[in-house]
Write a new protein. Structure first.
Length: 358
């Protein structure tokens, strides 16, 4: 038996990937781990997963389980584009900043990025790069990719996504949605998953499970069959075809068959709200000099600015988090399904002490 190599008392705010696996997801994997099942997705769990996704997104959708979010994004986008196609995305989009060039190197996709103040595209911003059709010297902009919630913790409303989809479709473009934190968006908006995806005109979704309590489970969900082609082959080509797929599918079933996905995301959002509210109160009382916020807190992330040296001193005290923009002292604090009120209160106390010392 492998010994425990880490301190189970360590708590981090760097990423929702720091958290463990939800016990209900682990139980689902254990339940699937009995006897034999056909490999490569021809199992009863993957068949059941199709039904579960249809319950959330509507009849006729098709889900392709994959290992990770980058694999979902790259493979999903590749299925939506010809070789000469390009994707319009926010400059902060994960596909542009955090996937190691995989869209370009693996899928051969040109990214046409647009700066945004809050991580959100608009029809007007899309138009900055949505041009040049028929010009053989320009990669053809054929897909718009948005992230929900965004990399800056902000959430699109259903109407905002609908406006983007209508505009993109009017230009002959398709719409991809990176939903690594789709559950957090649903919890924030108080809407079912379909309301701001399929019903709003999104064509393909990268559905995230790992950041919401899964061991390692994502899925490409095709909402508009005419918008995607070849995923059966591209998933294998991109090394995202699980041989023992039942264990990936079982995790997603555990999240989506009941309300675990929403419970977990709602809790993570609530912890971020608790953190933001406590610090806002301190700012209002004049007790937290130098602390500011750069984005609205609409999901499970808080983006803040700190005076020089404070972030490093907090990390020295054991509070792990990332610098987002070190040049302006901006940091990102992420909460997870297993973040506790005590975690938040201890972090707030640490921030108070270090700002007072500063």
């Amino acid at each position: 038996m492998t010994s425990q190599l880490h301190d189970p008392g360590f708590r981090g705010f760097a990423s929702d990937n720091y958290s463990g696996v939800h016990p209900e997801v682990l139980a689902a994997v254990a339940a699937a781990n009995v006897g034999h099942q056909v490999a490569y997705g021809e199992d009863v769990y993957t068949a059941r997963l199709q039904e579960v996704f249809a319950e959330h997104f509507g009849a006729g959708v098709e889900a392709f389980p994959v290992f990770n979010g980058t694999g979902a994004n790259v493979t999903g986008l590749q299925s939506m584009l010809p070789r000469w196609g390009a994707v319009v995305a926010a400059g902060t989009a994960h596909i542009n900043t955090d996937e190691g060039g995989a869209p370009e190197r693996v899928a051969g996709i040109k990214l046409l990025t647009v700066p945004t103040p809050d991580g959100k595209l608009t029809p007007e911003l899309i138009d900055r790069e949505a041009w040049g059709w028929g010009d053989e010297h320009r990669a053809q902009p054929l897909v718009v990719s948005i992230t929900q919630t965004t990399e800056l913790g902000t959430a699109y409303s259903a109407d905002e996504i609908r406006a983007i989809a209508e505009h993109a479709h009017g230009l002959g473009m398709r719409v991809h949605l990176d939903g690594a934190r789709l559950a957090n968006a649903a919890a924030s908006l108080g809407l079912p998953l379909s309301a701001f995806t399929r019903d709003a005109g999104v064509d393909v979704v990268s559905f995230g499970g790992t950041k919401n309590g899964a061991l390692g489970a994502e899925a490409i969900v095709v909402l508009s069959p005419e918008a995607s082609d070849g995923l059966t082959y591209l998933r294998k080509l991109n090394m995202q075809l699980a041989s023992k797929m039942r264990f990936v599918s079982a995790q997603l079933i555990a999240l989506l068959e009941g309300d675990l996905w929403l419970r977990s995301a709602s809790h993570a959002n609530a912890m971020a709200r608790r953190l933001r509210d406590a610090l806002d109160a301190g700012i209002a009382a004049g007790e937290l000099p130098g602390l500011g916020f750069t984005q609205a807190t609409q999901s499970n992330g808080v983006f803040a600015t700190l005076p020089a040296g404070v972030a490093d001193r907090l990390r020295e005290r054991g509070f792990r988090f990332y610098d987002w923009d070190a040049a302006r002292g901006e940091v990102r604090w992420m909460c997870s399904f297993d973040t506790t009120e005590a975690d938040i209160d201890a972090f707030v106390a640490g921030i108070r002490e270090e700002l007072a010392a500063a």
